[in-house]
Design a protein around this ligand. Structure first.
Ligand SMILES: [Zn+2]
Ligand SMILES: [Zn+2]
Length: 435
C-alpha cells in the first residue's frame, strides 16, 4: 500500500492524527507547559475566583472574573497548539543536490599513487540579493538545497525551517515563518494571564482585609492559595514578560532570535528592517504562508525513466539479462545502470577508460566528461570529493541523462551504498561473476 509523506518523513518530527498534526521530537514537554498553565488556573478558579463570585452584585461582575480566567486560558492553549502542532515552515528536502551548482575542477590533486585526481567542487555558499543587499545563503547537506535567506536547519527537528527563529523546548516545536505570530501571541498572552491572576489574587486579599482579616498577614494566612499563585505569577512574569519584551524588540527591528544571537557582534546592517511599523505589519498583518508540505499526501514512487538512447539487449551479449536484472535489484539505481550494461559490456568500457587514461591527457574534454558523469553518480558529501582512478572507472555507471531523476528513497539508498564504496565492490563482484 502506498505510504503517506508523514510515514516516510526524514525529519525527527512526531505526527499524530494520521499526519494532521506535526510536532517536534520533544513534544512531550508540551504536557509540562500545559500543566504550568492549567494547574494554576484551576487553583485560581477553585480557591480565589469562587469567593469573588458574589463580591460585585451589580451585573454579577464577580462571575466575569471566573469566566475571563477560563476563556483566557483556553485562548492561551489554542495559541500554544497553533504554535506547536503545525508546520512551522519546513522546507521539503530535495531528492538530489542542485545539479547546476556542480563545477568540475580538473586542477591537479595528486593522490597517494601519484595519479591526478580531479575533484568535485561544490560552492558551500551563494550570494543572493535581498532589498538590494547581498546576503550569503548556505547549502544544507541534509536537505540538499541552498537555504533561502533567513532559513536555518534545526538540529533538533532535523529540518530546514523558513525564517527560523529558534527551537522552543517549551512548545516542542521550531519557531519559524508560519508560527512565529502564534508563538509571540502565546508568550504575550501568557504574560497577560499572569498579570490577571496576580491582580485578582491581590484583589481577593484586599477583600479579606476589608472584612474579617484586618492585616495583610492574617488575610494571607486565610488564603494561602492566593499567596502561592501570586508568587508563581510573579516569577513566571519575569520569564514570559521578559520574553515578550525581547520579541517586541526583535519584531520592531525585524530580526529573528537566531539572527540576534548570531550577528550581535557583526554590527552589520539588517537588510530586512523596513521600519518599525512595517516590521510589525509583516509579522501580524500578513497572511500565513501555506505549508510547503502535505504530510498526508501519498508518496510518489518515481519509476525509472526509459532512456531514449537505450538499445535493446543484443542476444550475443554474454553479460546476460540475469545479471542486469540482478544489478537493478541489488542497487536499485534506476534505468541508467541497465542502459549502460545494455550499451556495451563492462570490459569494453574499462578498456576505453584505460585508453583514455593512458592517453595522458588529464583534464581533456573527454576525461572531464567521463568524470563529470561520475560526479553525478558519486555520493555527494558536501566537501571536495577526491576521485581516484578506481572511481573513474565507475564512471560507466552513469550517463549524462537524467541521473538525478531518482526518488529520494532511491537516492538515499544509493548514497549509503556508494558511500561505503559498495558501488565499486558491486561492479567488481559482477566482473568477478562474469569470469
Ligand atoms: Zn536542512
Ligand atoms: Zn526544531
Amino acid at each position: 500500500m502506498a505510504k503517506r509523506v508523514y510515514q516516510v518523513w526524514k525529519g525527527s518530527n512526531r505526527f499524530i492524527f494520521d499526519g494532521r498534526l506535526i510536532f517536534g521530537p520533544d513534544a512531550w514537554s508540551l504536557i509540562i507547559t500545559i500543566s504550568l498553565v492549567v494547574i494554576p488556573v484551576v487553583i485560581f478558579c477553585v480557591f480565589v475566583a469562587r469567593h469573588l463570585l458574589h463580591k460585585f452584585p451589580t451585573y454579577n461582575a464577580g462571575y466575569a472574573i471566573l469566566v475571563v480566567a477560563i476563556a483566557f486560558t483556553i485562548y492561551v492553549l489554542v495559541l500554544q497548539m497553533l504554535t506547536s502542532a503545525r508546520d512551522p515552515g519546513i522546507i521539503p528536502r530535495a531528492s538530489h543536490p542542485p545539479e547546476e551548482e556542480f563545477s568540475y575542477d580538473a586542477s591537479n590533486r595528486i593522490d597517494s599513487s601519484g595519479r591526478h585526481t580531479p575533484s568535485l567542487q561544490f560552492p558551500r555558499t551563494k550570494e543572493v540579493m535581498v532589498n538590494g543587499m547581498p546576503v550569503k545563503v548556505k547549502y544544507c547537506d541534509t536537505c540538499m538545497l541552498y537555504r533561502p535567506p533567513r532559513c536555518s536547519h534545526c538540529s533538533i527537528c532535523n529540518n530546514c525551517v523558513e525564517r527560523f527563529d529558534h527551537h522552543c523546548p517549551w512548545v516542542g516545536q521550531c519557531i519559524g515563518l508560519r508560527n512565529y505570530r502564534y508563538f509571540f501571541l502565546f508568550v504575550s498572552s501568557s504574560a497577560l494571564l499572569c498579570i490577571y491572576v496576580f491582580a485578582m489574587c491581590a484583589l481577593y486579599i484586599k477583600f479579606l482585609m476589608d472584612g474579617d482579616y484586618p492585616t495583610v498577614w492574617k488575610a494571607m494566612k486565610h488564603s494561602p492559595a492566593s499567596v502561592v499563585l501570586m508568587i508563581y505569577c510573579f516569577v513566571s512574569l519575569w520569564f514570559v514578560g521578559g520574553l515578550t519584551g525581547f520579541h517586541l524588540y526583535l519584531i520592531s527591528t525585524n530580526q529573528t532570535t537566531y539572527e540576534n544571537f548570531r550577528y550581535r557582534t557583526d554590527r552589520r546592517r539588517n537588510v530586512y528592517d523596513r521600519g518599525c511599523l512595517n516590521n510589525f505589519m509583516e509579522v501580524f498583518c500578513t497572511k500565513v504562508k501555506p505549508s510547503r508540505n502535505d504530510f498526508r499526501a501519498f508518496v510518489q514512487e518515481e519509476a525509472p525513466k526509459p532512456s531514449p538512447n537505450a538499445r535493446p539487449a543484443e542476444p550475443d551479449d554474454d553479460f546476460g539479462t540475469y545479471h542486469r536484472s540482478k544489478v537493478e535489484d541489488d542497487l536499485d539505481i534506476g534505468g541508467d545502470l541497465l542502459k549502460i550494461s545494455q550499451r556495451r559490456s563492462i570490459q569494453e568500457f574499462d578498456e576505453e577508460i584505460d585508453r583514455r587514461n593512458d592517453s595522458g591527457r588529464p583534464g581533456t574534454a573527454s576525461e572531464s566528461e567521463v568524470v563529470s558523469e561520475l560526479d553525478r553518480q558519486v555520493p555527494f558529501t558536501g566537501t571536495e570529493i577526491p576521485i581516484t582512478r578506481t572511481d573513474a572507472r565507475n564512471s560507466s555507471w552513469g550517463r549524462r541523462s537524467s541521473n538525478w531523476d531518482i526518488s529520494p528513497e532511491i537516492f538515499t539508498k544509493n548514497t549509503s551504498v556508494a558511500g561505503s564504496g559498495s558501488l565499486v565492490t558491486e561492479k567488481e563482484r559482477l566482473v568477478g561473476e562474469r569470469k
